[in-house]
Design a protein. Sequence first.
Length: 380
Amino acid sequence: MDKPITARFLSVEAMITALEPSYPVYCLRPATLAATARDFLARFPGRVLYAVKCNPHPLVLRTLHDAGVRHFDTASLPEIAQVRELFRDAGAYFMHPVKSRATIQSAYTVYGVRDFVIDHPAELAKLVEETGGEEVSAVVRLATPHAGALYDLSTKFGATPALAADLLRAARAEGMRAGLAFHIGSQCLAPTAFRTALEIVGEVIEAAKVDLATLDVGGGFAVSYVGVEAPPLAAYMAEIAAGLAALRLRNDCVVMCEPGRALVASGCSLVVQVQLRKNEQIYINDGIYGSLSEMATARLRYPVRLIRPGEPVAEGTREFTVNGPTCDSFDVLPSPFPLPEDVREGDWIEIDMIGAYSNAGRTRFNGFFPDTFVEIGTPA
């Protein structure tokens, strides 16, 4: 398939000079995305599945695929369809533990999905009844202890170790391949959480007496934001390597992971425009209901800089309360932006590190919907 047509500029300043946008603009950096993906692929000792939900833009998916990512963590039929229709050689894995029967059937028969996550006997029964179990891998999602991640993903999903062992045996009894999966939580700053989770995996394997076909260590690899210094990727990989070594898995067990944020956060920035200044408040054309929801849900703070092409800006800075464009009082960013003290209507602000859960989480509330994408820099 042909690549989508996207305008390309050498820099954000060049884009602003050319377009003078009065609308939000996502500035994708394919070279950064590709370099990050290649680094991750080189470091992880197994199969890397990109979590599509993190940023499903076709250019992002194509760039990761061109960089060597051939497997995708999908959580819905539309995500599966997008991957299958973009890439004939890509693997799609249905990693949502709860699925409708029609969705299971379509994923299996229409799109050829063979790997499904479960965390309950009723979900295993659905999988057997809708697929017959032939060539299917039932991957049991295991709950893990909270380790300080921004999002604890074991509160909603995940079987106890005892139930996980039961599900592994039941899947094998149905003639399916059996696997285990866990997720230590998104943006986890404690690499040791991986080794702790893998120790629990060892206990489940010992109790189940089942050889694993797959072991998915999930995501959670953190990135640095303002005020948050993430551990280096090498620290996570060292903990995973040590945990895997202690398990002594069969040589044919496929080890997988599901990074999202770690692959794409640094590959995109967002340019917004100031629409009004009221003393130490500014109003911009994107906000909580659009690209900046994680400033509220996860209290993230992004790097920001003011851009006023061809004109000087004040040297002194101060913190400004930032209001989004919607007509309600919730759309106020919880953290101020440090900006030049002469910020004014018409100025642009680049918000960096916005590649994860920005365009993926935008809504159409009040009719505002940021949807302009450009490429920045040279091709990947």
